[in-house]
Write a protein that binds this ligand. Sequence first.
Ligand code: S3P
Length: 447
Amino acid sequence: MEEGFFGKTAARDAHGPVQMRKVIEPVSNVIGAIRLPGDKSISHRYAMLAALADGTSRLHNYSTGADCASTLACLRSLGATIEHDKTQHIVTIGGRAGHFAPPTEHLDCGNSGSTMRMLAGVLAAQPFECVLTGDASLTRRPMGRVVRPLRQMGARIETSDGERAPLRLHGGRLTGMEYRPEVASAQVKSAVLFAGLQAEGETIVEEPVRTRDHSELALRAFGARVERSRNRVSIQGGQKLHAVEALMPGDASSASFFFCAAAIFPESNLVVEGVLMNPTRASLLDVLSALGAKAKVLQLEEQNGELIGTVKVESGDLRGALVEGAQSAALIDELPVLAAIAPYTRDGIEVRDARELRVKESDRIALVAKNLRAMGAEVEEREDGFTVPGGQRLHGGEIDTAGDHRIAMAFTVAALRASGATTIDGAEAASVSFPEFYELLDLVVER
Ligand code: S3P
């Protein structure tokens, strides 16, 4: 047993993978300034496009999460030369100028849905066979959404049961097409665009609602022409990519845990520097402002089409919010932490149209409800969301993360204002996207 940043950290489970229990004691305030490791969504895309490009790319502030390391490992198995300076967080990638080498082993995507889905798009056009696999959570998640369009473009893909990984992919010549995904998914859009980049003719994706647009912006940064009008994106096949030198903005979804932590303390004052402010990723700040927190953008600049800013959040009297429709899709990764702070608002938070939460790294609707109840809160669970009434006091409880990084971090935030200690079972899951989470939190909490 060792003394961790937040109380005791104990390793359990001598026979299975090591599981950490973190004990979170309540704190009295959140105050300070931090800077975050690079955005996970952008890091995946830049790594994949750099590996496809001609020349050597350098990616600064590359995500430190295990998911983005899975992407690098897969790209290495595909013949890209990759140097990862883990002290300076710089990744140098020697591109394959459009032609990967057939891998000699299965491509292990770990816990990362982004790696599996977007890499499937990249590899659909490569003339060899390979197998994409992942951990227990990833092999339970739906892959039909990405397999179907890639098959329509000409790839041959076998799944384990029509829907799930491992995916055995036989890539080859692809033909561009017009595709309307049935679910709002940036990963599906990106997979089709990455396949479309290497296909014959034009590929168009028309989304039901607009999702994060990092792939479109990244493709342009690497020199490809991508057209967009409203929810319709198109790319002409056969374009070549050139190498880039680029800085990954601070992770917008990691920032959301800190913004929400600041929002629930009356005297808080938190500054996050260099954070991604792309409008398709920053709507948590709109919700926090609508709730009554004070969120201020202190500085804003553009790099490679992405907005990066410095943001200050102070609390206010938090009222209530309804999140639904396109906003639920835009906030999909932030909904667990919004749910976790909902009891501390006056009128509560209701979330609708978020069925996708059920097929993330865990069933996030069920786990949000289970863990809020473990802390003494009332919550109504629905198929596509939940209602968490406001004005509730939370007590410490035993949190079940089910190995899901965002559940571990969301309930750590809830625990900061609960009465008594909370144990987070499986706290190590945070490192899937944000290994420094507990360390940085320790810098900004006042006991
Ligand atoms: C991501 C898109 C979202 C999100 C995931 C990252 C991306 O998934 O939940 O964490 O980088 O494109 P979907 O595209 O499946 O909604």
